[in-house]
Ligand binder design. Structure first.
Ligand SMILES: [Zn+2]
Length: 343
């Protein structure tokens, strides 16, 4: 690795720091910071990404100053995006601004944004990669894992009674958990590029799967919705009321769904489904994180279990996800588990 000078190193530390500003997202877009230095290593500009639908860190930095950036150095926590399918992107804006050197912490190997560094090099710009890589990777742990596994980061949400039931035997499942837990689910949705569910659950719950701030206010950016199942959905169903894409897959392997989402740059995905689909995802080994809400109610053995059959005969064969955190949410509990995901 080519060494960077101390001014560049300090600039990278600062870029990592501003990427974590209070108004920076925790998803689904990555936290990214950018600092621009002149050829003497003096500070010219800075910017960080404030979330989906807002300017990228590089553009924030470039547009934050009237100073000439010709001949300067851009220090970035993540490789600049290159979207040749679009009119412009951060890579070409850096070139346009006259940047002559780009220092990058983490290389972007997502499906659509990659190869920014290669493009810069081809246009005569000096690029240094993997400076403070470890610290920058920790800015977006979910993205780092998604890039490692080359498929979306997958979170599975399950809400049950104390005895692990998601519904009564009549299928009644609305409002098992309290309002605080439901608000948290809306945040989880807003941190996701996409939600996967089954048509059956959609019809049964009549849920819109939107990310709401309150009953009357929706988050500006809505997760796309991917429905699995052969049943048809009436066009007046509430899922069609939000501004987002809805896709319906009649028959498809889970791996193939995730591949499609990866190809579409939908990198953070939330699964909210009934026992059958939730269990299929767990069985497939595709779940990165399990969000398990437990409400203080007891439904009984005639209720519907959260997890379908797994074929576990001996207790040694039981799945053992790793408990990451456990907290009280109103009158419910939320336990977050991590699965060791097969590559
Ligand atoms: Zn960008």
């Amino acid at each position: 690795m080519v060494a960077v000078n101390s001014a560049e190193h300090i600039a990278m530390s600062h870029a990592i720091k501003i990427a974590q500003s209070n108004d920076a997202p925790i998803g689904p877009n990555p936290r990214v910071g950018c600092v621009i230095l002149n050829s003497e290593g003096e500070y010219l500009a800075q910017g960080y990404h404030k979330g989906r639908g807002t300017r990228h860190a590089e553009i924030e930095a470039i547009q934050s100053t009237d100073l000439k950036l010709m001949g300067s150095t851009a220090v970035l926590t993540l490789e600049p995006c290159l979207r040749l399918d679009r009119d412009t992107d951060c890579t070409r804006e850096l070139i346009k601004a006259g940047i002559k050197k780009v220092i990058i912490a983490q290389v972007d190997v997502t499906s659509q944004s990659r190869f920014g560094a290669k493009y810069l090099t081809e246009h005569g710009i000096e690029v240094i990669n993997e400076v403070m890589l470890e610290e920058a990777s920790a800015l977006n742990p979910w993205l780092t894992i998604a890039m490692d596994q080359q498929r979306p980061y997958l979170r599975l949400k399950i809400a049950t009674s104390l005895d692990g039931k998601v519904a009564t035997n009549s299928g009644s499942s609305k409002w098992i958990t309290g309002i605080e837990s439901r608000n948290l689910v809306h945040n989880l949705r807003s941190e996701s590029h996409a939600i996967i569910t089954s048509v059956k659950t959609t019809l049964l719950d009549n849920s819109s799967f939107t990310a709401r701030i309150s009953d009357s206010e929706m988050h500006l950016q809505q997760p796309n919705l991917h429905l699995l199942g052969s049943e048809s959905i009436p066009l007046d169903h509430p899922i069609f009321n939000a501004k987002r894409e809805v896709s319906h897959y009649q028959s498809i392997e889970l791996d193939d769904v995730l591949q499609k989402l990866w190809d579409r740059q939908e990198l953070s995905v939330l699964v909210e489904a009934g026992p059958k689909l939730s269990t299929a995802f767990i069985r497939s080994g595709l779940v990165n994180e399990l969000f398990w809400f437990t409400a203080p109610i007891i439904i009984g053995a005639d209720g519907l279990s959260a997890i379908d059959t797994l074929g576990v005969n001996d207790i040694k064969e039981a799945l053992r996800p790793h408990l990451k955190s456990h907290s009280r949410i109103g009158s419910d509990f939320l336990s977050i588990y991590q699965f060791a995901v097969s590559a």
